[in-house]
Design a protein around this ligand. Structure first.
Ligand SMILES: [Zn+2]
Length: 418
């Protein structure tokens, strides 16, 4: 403290703060240089079978405001099973986003060896001021590129549908972020609730929200999340249960038995889903299904779907949010048929390792005695490792995320908001 004691320290802090402030300002300027405060939505069809996959452009639309991140636009926090990249005509990357899809999960099923199918996919990006090239890429389980499509987007194209403010379903705000210009926007969506059941739906939303923010690191960083509940109504109460021969008319047409797996509850109607929420502050979606049958699913940067009327509702919704928001993998084994992870490939999921490149994962936490290295995870008994005996990503009875998952979720919250 020779150089003027506290005064010096204060100067250092002011310089550091203004450097961070300048960086944030520079990022904002970058956003304003390339984008309008609006959302470009591109609908794609992903089609094919286990051997070959193709990507097709379906439709483009625009809605007011952009509710995703405004910083780190040219990078992704995780590789994902696919990526979408927007480039200016001189090749500068101005937006990137990574994701997983149901289509790619389906490719691992037996059905995909026999027939070709197509799946809807919808991606949101900030609305470019000038003409750009957009590239979509899909990766296989070895993180190798298996399909790619590049197409030009001219922002003034008359066939880009302009959605008016207020075309969406009504919604209520459940929690306002401290700074709504730098926050993570989550929207709950009601599935299988009739108009008379919306009160129950809102209770379920609040329960899910409370459960999420009971878990670290969400608990201590709650003010960074903005949360709304979309009041979407269904003709019928409940969701479809194909194994029982029950088909119901619901807002999203979701059903159990996805890929013939009994508890796998999903919706394939992504266009319908995004139509319902177009223009609403959202980036991450949590669909609550009005059913007492256990089930759900979570797809990285796509959506969570969870049942609501049962004891496991809250653990399930938090676990599935770990998939959809955090890109976390399942830490439980399932058997050794149809492996998804291979010793020559480090999984992109931050909480699983094949030891191919462990130093990129939580090796430092093991060295400091803060996490372990335990075999079994990613549906495999052998060859895949997790970081703790138990975790929210392993069993419904474990109340907390493990140290590996917590650290990752913290980094991700920073990625979106710092
Ligand atoms: Zn974990």
């Amino acid at each position: 403290m020779k150089m003027g004691g506290l005064g010096y320290l204060r100067t250092v802090i002011i310089i550091m703060c203004s450097a961070a402030g300048l960086r944030a300002q520079a990022e904002e300027l970058l956003f304003d240089r390339y984008f309008d405060d609006a959302t470009l939505r591109i609908d794609y069809t992903f089609a094919g079978d286990a051997a070959r996959q193709q990507i097709y452009v379906d439709a483009l639309s625009e809605s007011p405001r952009w509710y995703g991140r405004r910083v780190r636009l040219d990078s992704v926090p995780l590789q994902g099973n696919g990526q979408i990249t927007m480039r200016t005509l001189d090749g500068t990357i101005i937006y990137r986003h990574s994701f997983s899809t149901l289509f790619q999960e389906w490719l691992a099923t037996d059905e995909a060896k026999r027939i070709s199918r197509s799946f809807e996919n919808v991606f949101l990006m900030p609305y470019p001021k000038d003409t750009v090239d957009v590239t979509v890429k899909l990766f296989d389980f070895h993180c190798r590129q298996v399909a790619s499509l590049t197409h030009r987007v001219v922002p003034s194209d008359i066939l880009i549908r302009h959605r008016r403010a207020g075309e969406h379903e009504p919604y209520v705000t459940l929690q306002r972020a401290a700074d709504t210009t730098r926050c993570i926007n989550i929207a709950f969506v009601a599935e299988g609730y009739t108009a008379q059941e919306l009160t129950a739906y809102l209770t379920h939303c609040r329960q899910a929200m409370t459960a999420l923010f009971n878990h670290e690191p969400f608990k201590s960083r709650r003010s960074r999340f903005n949360i709304v509940a979309v009041l979407s109504t269904s003709e019928s109460s409940g969701v479809s249960e194909p194994a029982e021969g029950i088909w119901r008319n619901t807002a999203l047409g979701s059903h159990f038995d996805t890929f013939y797996s009994k508890r796998y509850l999903t919706t394939l109607n992504l266009k319908r889903l995004h139509n319902m929420v177009a223009g609403i502050p959202y980036e991450h979606l949590i669909i609550l299904a009005n059913t007492e049958h256990y089930g759900g699913g979570g797809i990285y940067n796509s959506y969570v779907l969870s049942y609501t009327r049962g004891e496991q509702f809250l653990p399930v919704v938090v676990h599935e949010f770990g998939h959809s928001f955090g890109g976390l993998g399942d830490e439980y084994p399932y058997g050794n048929d149809d492996p998804m992870y291979f010793s020559d490939t480090e999984p992109w999921e931050p909480n699983l390792t094949t030891l191919h490149n462990f130093s990129d994962k939580w090796q430092d936490l093991v060295e400091r005695g803060k996490a372990s290295l335990i075999e079994g995870g990613g549906y495999q008994e052998k060859g895949v490792y997790r970081g703790a005996p138990d975790c929210r990503m392993r069993t419904n009875s474990e109340p907390e995320f493990c140290a590996v998952c917590r650290r990752w979720l913290n980094r991700l919250i920073d990625f979106y908001t710092e």
